[in-house]
Write a protein that binds this ligand. Structure first.
Ligand SMILES: Nc1ncnc2c1ncn2[C@@H]1O[C@H](COP(=O)(O)OP(=O)(O)O)[C@@H](O)[C@H]1O
Ligand SMILES: [Mg+2]
Length: 447
């Protein structure tokens, strides 16, 4: 289901969210297009073409993660993000790296199921409406004609949204919750790798044994409708088929974003004994990147065509400090530019979901209007840049703390200031932030 976007289209879509970083955008666009190209090949050749994995090199907060995240969304690929450094932690067991592939399949399955639910949504909504009417109308002895007239009257009211707050008693299937403690062992999504060696996972086992249980609860029509639509849609999903599709999707479209890859490089300059643990992690990662088969709860997954995007600052270690086999698996290297005042100004104003728009929208929910002046935005960018220079350079991440601090009064008082308009101009920004910025000690803590 990957959309067949051309590299130029991918870059231009990414441009809507990410400022600058043209080289990195081009690289990921090419990698994605190559996958599409591979799928057009004859089977004999198709299997020979390995993905061209990418190494994104750049300081923190310049958009590495953001590019991978947006890309995956754009081309509708399942993606997981893993911090390579977590595998060097105490208690790490070699096989745990395979957990990322299991997570990838889970992500793919969620995606497939969501698509299938969306595809039958209309049908499911119609069925849910009938069930809602059953719940709203009491079973009575009245004659058929009267009952059906009544039903249509309710249907009309329902569609006009006049019954949204009415309460109904719904019984539905809920997956039984595992007993306390079991969840921890099974691993939370996005948390520690799931299951133990060989893909054995307690959560899945429990679901199969425990099955579903029927529960009854009182809720509003509004709530009930969503629940019933979901339940009706769920009925039309063939779980076996969805799982097979998820595995296929993970294999051919999956993206693994390996963050902080530089943290598992062995720092040769520091001297001393080689860091066994870090090199060990690289050795464990290698088979996944080279292509291996991983056991998951839905079946075997081949990693040969999974795209790996690794990222790191590489301040101390260099890509050449990775073990040679791994270096060879990341042939595309791109450096991301560090961001300055001008980029910050653009990041604040250009992207569709820029911070300035986000905060304006948040406050608009309470009828407080934020109006950003260009000079105001420029002042935030300038001050953010200054704090990055004097304390630590955390890139565009600095903008988040700056804006939160800047808008603190409005964020607190909004409920009592309905109808007001606040203009964020340079004077206001200076007044609220410049003292903090000037005081290095203070800004180290607050900004
Ligand atoms: N080039 C950029 N364009 C737009 N937003 C950016 C850019 N770089 C960073 N950001 C924003 O800064 C934050 C941190 O970026 P992220 O991609 O997580 O950094 P990193 O390079 O450390 O992975 C995110 O909220 C992101 O939206
Ligand atoms: Mg990151």
């Amino acid at each position: 289901m990957t959309r067949d976007l051309t590299p130029a289209q991918i870059v231009s879509e990414l441009d809507a969210f990410i400022v600058g970083q043209a080289a990195a955008k081009r690289a990921v666009a090419i990698a994605v297009r190559n996958r599409w190209r591979r799928k057009q090949l004859a089977p004999e050749l198709r299997d020979e073409v390995a993905p061209k994995n990418i190494l994104l090199i750049g300081p923190t907060g310049v958009g590495k993660t953001e590019i991978a995240r947006r890309l995956a969304k754009l081309v509708r690929s399942p993606i997981v993000k893993v911090e390579a450094s977590k595998f060097t932690e105490v208690g790490y067991v070699g096989r745990d790296v395979e957990g990322m592939i299991r997570d990838l399949v889970d992500a793919a399955l969620n995606m497939v199921k969501q698509e299938q639910r969306d595809a039958v949504r209309e049908e499911a909504a119609a069925k849910a409406e009938e069930r809602l009417l059953d719940l709203l109308l009491p079973k009575s002895e009245e004659d058929d004609e009267k009952r059906s007239r009544n039903r249509e009257r309710f249907r009309a009211m329902l569609r006009e949204g006049r019954l949204e707050e009415r309460e109904v008693e719904v019984s539905y299937e809920a997956s039984a919750a595992p007993p306390a403690g079991l969840n921890m062992l099974g691993g939370a999504p996005g948390g520690p790798p799931q299951g133990g060696p060989g893909g054995f996972d307690l959560q899945g086992l429990f679901e199969r044994l425990g099955g579903k249980k029927q529960v009854t609860r009182t809720m509003t029509v509004r709530e009930a409708r969503e629940l019933l639509i979901r339940e009706e849609a769920e009925k039309s999903i063939d779980p076996e088929k969805a799982q097979a599709e998820a595995i296929a999707r993970a294999q051919s479209d999956g993206i693994v974003f390996l963050d902080e890859i530089d943290k598992i490089c062995v720092d040769r300059e520091r001297g001393g004994a080689p860091d066994v643990s870090r090199q060990g992690v690289q050795r464990d990662l290698l088979p996944l990147v080279e292509g291996t088969t991983v056991q998951t709860r839905y079946g075997l997954v081949k990693t040969d065509h999974v795209l790996f995007v690794a990222a790191g600052a590489f301040h101390v270690a260099k890509p050449s400090d990775l073990i040679p086999e791994l270096q060879g698996r990341f042939p595309i290297r791109v450096e991301l530019d560090s961001l300055g005042e001008e980029e910050f100004r653009r990041i604040l104003s250009e992207p569709r979901a820029s911070l300035t728009r986000q905060y304006a929208a948040l406050l608009a929910t309470e009828e407080l209007t934020l109006s950003w002046s260009e000079e105001g935005i420029a002042a935030v960018a300038r001050l953010a840049c200054k704090v990055n220079e004097t304390t630590a350079n955390i890139g565009a991440r600095r903008l988040h703390t700056m804006i939160e601090k800047l808008l603190e009064p409005e964020l607190f008082e909004a409920p009592t200031r309905r109808g007001e308009t606040v203009t964020i101009d340079a004077a206001l920004v200076e007044e609220r932030l410049s003292e903090l910025v000037a005081d290095e000690d203070l800004s180290r803590y607050i900004l």
